[in-house]
Design a protein around this ligand. Sequence first.
Ligand code: NOJ
Length: 703
Amino acid sequence: MPPFDRRDKIARRAGVMHIHFMTRYVRCLARAATVAAAFAVVATRTAAQLPATVQSPDGKNIVTVALDSGVLRYSVQRNGANVVMPSALGFAFRGAPRLLGGLHLVDVARAEHDETWTQPWGEVRRVRDHHRELRVTVEEDAGARRRFVAVFRVFDDGLGFRYELPVQSGLTQFEIMEELTEFAMASDGRAWWIPSFQPNRYEYLFRASPLSTLDTVHTPLTMEMPSGLHVVIHEADLFDYAGLNIRGGKEQNRTLRVMLAPMRDGVKVRGTTPFVTPWRTIQLADRAVDLVPSVLGLNLNPPSKIADASFVKPMTYDGIWWGMHINTMTWQSGPLHGATTANAKRYIDFAAANHIGGFLVEGWNLGWDGNWVENGDKFSFTQPYPDFDLPAVAAYARSKGVQMIGHHETGMGIANYERQLDSAFALYRRLGITAVKTGYVGDKTKEGDAHHSQPMVRHYRKVIETAATYGIAINAHEPIHDTGERRTWPNMISREGARGQEYNAWGGDGGNPPEHETILFFTRLLAGPMDFTPGIFDISITRPTGTPRPLEASRPRTTLAKQLALYVVLYSPIQMAADLPENYEGHPAFQFIRDIATDWDTTRVLEGKIGDYVVVARKARSNDEWFIGAITDEAPRTFAEPLTFLEPGKEYVAEVYADGATAHFLTNPTAVVVSTMPVTASSTLTLRLAPGGGQAIRIRPAR
Ligand code: NOJ
């Protein structure tokens, strides 16, 4: 890292308010107070008394905080019914007693906050943050008399709570072995989950089972209760802590507990008071369709620290990428090396000719030869292979008006990457490259810290903040899960963090099943945008050999129309046209990718059932166009969608990309019918989806 003053200079140039690392914790504590002071409708210090309750503005969600035999517990009700039964709050430390029991109340304070803010880019333009806050301070009766503050914010769409550990003589430096937060669920819902602490991080197929049978799973953890209530546990504002996992009810029935990702020595978090934890969030919705758009986590992150985020560009992009995954190209040097100057120019030309805003290049830098997963500490982030003229390619992209996206695969060689971080970003900045895809293949750092441990959380944040100072946006693959960073750092533009399209190339288990994306929408995507990389047209992956892959092999288990619908359904401000250009050339359905918007004013979920189907309508931010994406699992479905969201009295044209009459994700995946029809706000569209199919619709004002 260069000296602070130089970074600060760069930061000012990029319009970034840089935060000095040493003052960060203190500012975090001050942050809540400042924000509350600036917007509070009510801020009161009531007589300190427990139990205390706090309600959402609409009165439907109620959190009760009580001391029960010296243990601080919270519970949650919605619409008068129990959601979370009294659940403990506390910590287990190394070398010190648990901070859990023997507590008495010190203080209770309340505030209310109502503000509507604008996203620089997003799935919706305006976001309302209306919540009521309850702060409960407790202290031990004896011993070191340690104290903590439990802060609750209750919104109409759920709640967040976190711990503050103020400056105190009985607790200075500490090592957290576990956070003792519980979620004692009132009933046994159905949970959609992926397992934690596995080699492929978040990249597993979701399974559904009763929450009382869960082992250790990732968040967002989406559960449907017997009453139909949907409950999602996740976290927000994670910047200096270990990533959250949930230990399930296998032995403890319906009580879910926190399990943090460990460092190499088993410690979960090292800190010094004053300290704040991330928010633990519980999103609540009476119906699945009301889970999206999910803004609870965004509202629990601080406002943007980037004064001018105009360098962050929502766009579609193509790239030297799918070829490596289906073996027509290599990252390594050799006869099939993908990242050659000539190839790059071909992809740039294709982007420029087809309204595709960006172009990604992987395998351009030294370090891919040999076993790159094992040799992550050998990557250079500044030296290109001899057959790739980086300055010439960057200049060519600029001359064609195409944004080049750089690539940094670390192979989890974190120290190696951090050593080169500034020179790598400085190089890209010099070349006018304003976005970088990062990669973290591996399940531990070379030093043995877990992929989502505190050092990795710090690393991911350091990359975002450093990139911001160079005016660069980050699209992280193998990321830490999204906790709403994009509100504070809008250059955190997208990330992977689930099984994406690439598993359809080499997953080895046949690829993602047809239900996969209908689950992602209600689980992973609730955390934030996903770089899924849709748009495969050669569904049977014939290109490398000239013959279609067999049905049981890895290949997309979707129809072509469903590939198009994914651009609307799976939100990301950067969406890849992932297939090879030669598979798009001359194809009538490619027009949809040329036309698709990537930045939205409004999002409406019209239909949805987790694991079965999703229908979403989104209005573009820059014009009066609407897009509809509909996807189904292996069952064919028909939907009748009234277009009441259109402007009354206005005439539009619907451009429909539908599954052909005999389309089927296995036997006839590419049958797609393109048609147009006049529509108005009083029209109803009938959407017929084939097994594993979908439909994509652009609705534009009639010209
Ligand atoms: C895994 C990423 O998900 C993929 O997109 C990338 O091509 C490879 N790693 C290499 O970095």
